[in-house]
Design a protein around this ligand. Structure first.
Ligand SMILES: *[C@@H]1O[C@H](CO)[C@@H](O)[C@H](O)[C@H]1NC(C)=O
Ligand SMILES: *[C@@H]1O[C@H](CO)[C@@H](O)[C@H](O)[C@H]1NC(C)=O
Ligand SMILES: *[C@@H]1O[C@H](CO)[C@@H](O)[C@H](O)[C@H]1NC(C)=O
Ligand SMILES: *[C@@H]1O[C@H](CO)[C@@H](O)[C@H](O)[C@H]1NC(C)=O
Ligand SMILES: *[C@@H]1O[C@H](CO)[C@@H](O)[C@H](O)[C@H]1NC(C)=O
Ligand SMILES: *[C@@H]1O[C@H](CO)[C@@H](O)[C@H](O)[C@H]1NC(C)=O
Ligand SMILES: *[C@@H]1O[C@H](CO)[C@@H](O)[C@H](O)[C@H]1NC(C)=O
Ligand SMILES: *[C@@H]1O[C@H](CO)[C@@H](O)[C@H](O)[C@H]1NC(C)=O
Ligand SMILES: *[C@@H]1O[C@H](CO)[C@@H](O)[C@H](O)[C@H]1NC(C)=O
Ligand SMILES: *[C@@H]1O[C@H](CO)[C@@H](O)[C@H](O)[C@H]1NC(C)=O
Ligand SMILES: [Cu+2]
Length: 571
């Protein structure tokens, strides 16, 4: 072997052993007030380390993560690591009243977890009230090998989509909960900026400078509180390579549809003539009248290096044509066309034997306005939402989170009788049930479902048309699932099971259940703990469209949940 080759080989060896060893990534998240100006007003918002969007957390698969969260904000907060499995570390998952009580102002808590067999883009966000509106950021998990299952991109670019409320978002949502009504955001944002379609925002626009011919990897997150979004760049195409940090068969498209809570890894090649092009996002919403949702468009600019030299005149970027807000065929095509990368890194085959079947209806609905209160929701009542007609009540003021109550055998916090089926069957998707008083009112409860360790669970989520048919992005903590099929109408077990893709379905943590339709998912309960299941549209979540899955311990100490960390906040 000649000396040069040998050196190269030795260097490669050192590099690969360096690559293979797991590291500890440690950060401090200081949660604090910060005054920033968006639209035409200054607002005090809550940030992590003064940043909006928050700092990106970059790790490699296999790393240990330690994040010291110091709460100097005026609100109770927790942080959730959205999509991170939290294998055997459920105490670090974060949802308030589910796995922990919140970190009160002037208190702190240290989250500790390992990243295990995941690659791609996820995100972190506050998981108490609606603090996440401004407290969120990307989690980027690099492959431990340093190799992607696609050509190495020239650069990686976080694209965080969000929404903005022209006021104090906590107060706005509190008001919404009191009056029982719904309040829409005032703008969407790309990397924190609403863009030049808004007053006072001409200079508040994200700009991405690209080199012609190069390929960029977009680390995209939909962090908006309440909306699914369409995303386009004029004259360009994308190749989706992962969703929710699970690799997909490369999928080429000129539009991205990203539901609230979802994340995506997207290749973007600057293959057009040197110029400037808008990137833009607008809502995908069905079944809601304008006023109840934000129908605005946010935009940013992709600017080719060297373009200014060619053209000295005022530059007007090309604008992509976005679909109308209710274009369901585009959303359905995108979601149903994505398939998993069989045999790729961390691919998991679909479990074929099912132990537990659940059929879960997703309902909007009402609860009665409290006596002496004035409610401005439909029929003068309050909005509520439910699954199988159980509208979830967090165990506020009871002294324990659900997981602490489970771990310490404390009774009176929750019950384990969340139903496997809806209490009554009717024409779920018929628009005539819009305000049918027989079915619109829903009871409140704190019902969860308990599973044996390592059960295979199949859930069919069924959207209904009560109060209006919408697309709900359902998010499960702690475990990814395969999306077997999704379609419109009422799920028919005989005919619709034939549509299941058991070969290469996409693996996700959040599924957008089609409007007036259903989605079937399957997963294995391989992670002991208490796992939140909820709609990622925050008002639906706060109105009760949530439950939790308790996964029992496995047979050995190493497959069991340990005791809570000593610094876990007390209620
Ligand atoms: C943060 O801002 C809120 C809302 O403006 C205010 O009520 C609170 O006093 C501020 N807290 C701190 C610690 O600055
Ligand atoms: C992370 O993995 C290491 C090595 O397997 C283990 O010792 C440690 O307890 C794990 N940490 C957490 C928080 O699960
Ligand atoms: C911008 O300001 C003008 C004048 O105050 C107002 O008429 C218009 O509605 C505003 N546009 C937006 C998008 O807020
Ligand atoms: C939403 O805005 C678009 C223009 O951006 C408009 O064409 C459409 O009619 C609006 N939708 C509604 C329901 O007003
Ligand atoms: C992609 O979507 C279109 C339109 O919904 C559908 O006709 C086609 O079968 C889908 N392809 C795949 C591979 O799912
Ligand atoms: C809770 O109850 C289970 C089953 O009865 C028991 O194994 C466990 O030790 C109890 N845990 C505590 C903390 O008392
Ligand atoms: C509600 O009750 C009325 C009267 O009993 C009945 O006609 C109607 O079909 C019921 N609606 C549903 C959705 O069950
Ligand atoms: C939900 O429960 C309430 C109270 O029992 C009942 O009136 C209503 O019909 C149920 N709704 C549905 C959708 O099952
Ligand atoms: C989980 O169940 C599957 C299928 O029954 C089995 O192959 C696997 O070994 C089990 N895993 C554990 C950790 O028990
Ligand atoms: C903050 O948390 C504490 C303890 O859980 C609770 O007593 C208090 O009501 C919470 N505050 C708010 C505003 O939710
Ligand atoms: Cu929802």
């Amino acid at each position: 072997m000649n000396i040069l080759l040998w050196q190269t080989w030795a260097f490669a060896l050192i590099l690969s052993s360096f690559m293979a060893s797991a590291a500890t990534v440690e950060h401090t998240f200081l949660v604090e007030n910060k005054t920033i100006k968006r639209l035409c007003n200054e607002q005090v918002i809550v940030t992590v380390n003064g940043l909006y969007p928050g700092p990106k957390l970059e790790v490699r698969d296999g790393d240990s993560v330690i994040v010291h969260v110091i709460n100097n904000s005026p609100y109770n907060i927790t942080i959730h690591w959205h999509g991170v499995f939290q294998l055997y570390s459920a105490w670090s998952d974060g949802p308030e009243y589910i796995t922990q009580c919140s970190i009160r102002p002037e208190n702190k808590f240290t989250y500790k977890f390992n990243v295990t067999q995941q690659e791609g883009t996820l995100w972190w966000h506050a998981h108490a009230s609606v603090v996440r509106a401004t407290v969120h950021g990307a989690i980027i998990i690099q492959p431990r090998s340093g190799r992607f299952p696609f050509p190495k991109p020239y650069k990686e670019v976080p694209i965080i989509l969000g929404d903005w409320y022209d006021g104090n978002v906590e107060e706005i949502i509190q008001k919404e909960l009191e009056t029982g009504d719904k309040i829409a955001s005032d703008a969407f944002t790309i990397n924190g900026f609403p863009g030049d379609l808004f007053n006072c925002s001409k200079n508040q626009m994200y700009k991405l400078k690209v080199k012609q011919g190069k390929t960029y990897l977009f680390r995209m997150v939909n962090a908006a509180l309440a909306n699914n979004l369409f995303f386009k760049i004029a004259d360009h195409k994308f190749t989706v390579v992962a969703m929710d940090a699970a690799y997909t068969e490369p999928y080429t498209t000129d539009i991205i549809v990203i539901a609230a809570g979802q994340s995506a890894d997207i290749l973007f090649t600057a293959d057009q003539p040197k110029g400037s092009y808008y990137m833009a996002a607008s809502p995908y919403v069905v079944g809601e009248p304008v006023g109840l949702f934000d129908n605005s468009t946010t935009r940013a600019v992709v600017f080719y290096e060297g373009y200014k030299k060619l053209k000295t005149k005022h530059i007007v970027p090309l604008m992509p044509a976005l679909p109308l807000h209710n274009n369901t065929p585009i959303a359905h095509k995108f979601f149903s066309n994505i398939t998993g990368l069989v045999g790729g890194p961390n691919w998991v085959p679909v479990p074929l034997e099912v132990d537990e079947h659940m059929y879960i209806t997703i309902n909007m609905g009402l609860v009665p306005c409290p006596v002496n209160a004035k409610c401005t929701g439909p029929l003068g009542q309050k909005f509520a939402s439910s699954m199988n007609n159980e509208s979830f009540l967090l165990p506020v003021g009871k002294g324990y989170s659900i997981m602490e109550a489970y771990f310490y055998n404390v009774s009176g916090i929750y019950t384990t009788d969340f139903p496997d089926n809806p209490p009554k069957f009717f024409d779920f998707v018929n628009p005539k049930i819009f305000l049918d008083p027989n079915v619109t009112f829903t009871p409140k409860s704190t019902k969860v479902k308990q599973f044996k360790y390592n059960s295979t669970v199949e859930i069919v989520f069924q959207n209904t048309a009560i109060l209006n048919a919408q697309s709900h992005p359902m998010h499960l903590h702690g475990m990814n699932f395969h999306v077997l099929a999704q379609d419109f109408g009422i799920f028919n077990p005989t005919t619709d099971k034939l549509k299941y893709n058991l070969v290469n379905p996409s693996i996700r943590n959040t599924v957008a259940v089609p409007v007036g339709g259903w989605a079937a998912i399957r997963f294995r309960t391989n992670n002991p703990g208490v796992w939140f299941l909820h709609c990622h549209v925050d008002d639906h979540n706060l109105w009760g469209l949530v439950t939790a899955f308790i996964v029992e311990n496995g047979p050995t100490p190493s497959t069991s949940l340990g005791p809570p960390p000593a610094d876990l906040p007390k209620c």
